[in-house]
Design a protein around this ligand. Sequence first.
Ligand SMILES: [Zn+2]
Length: 121
Amino acid sequence: MGVKMKWNATPKLWLEVEANSVTEAIEIISGYATVFSITKCGKCGSERVRPEHRVASGYNFYNIRCDECGAQFDFGQHKEGGTLFPKRDKGWYVYQGGSEGGPAAPTEDGNRAFSEAAADF
Ligand SMILES: [Zn+2]
């Protein structure tokens, strides 16, 4: 028996989920919630954040970007299933140069950014 449900992920986002079991529904919702529950920048507190995807050197990079201060919060990708997980150890940081579009280096205040980002969850 399948079930269709609407889930209010954030005040701005509704998900329509179709699942065959409770466990499947949770797997689907949790995958979206991991990314879209981040609705606020951990650096400046702005709500002008958006999901971002880019490809560099053949790799996919997924993150949340703040349009206000330019900070980003990265996600890693599980090898199995391809789902994303938040890189909480890195937290929010502002990309400080390096190769254009390449993986960003953590900033000196990465620890502070982490504690701020963690407070959002
Ligand atoms: Zn910001």
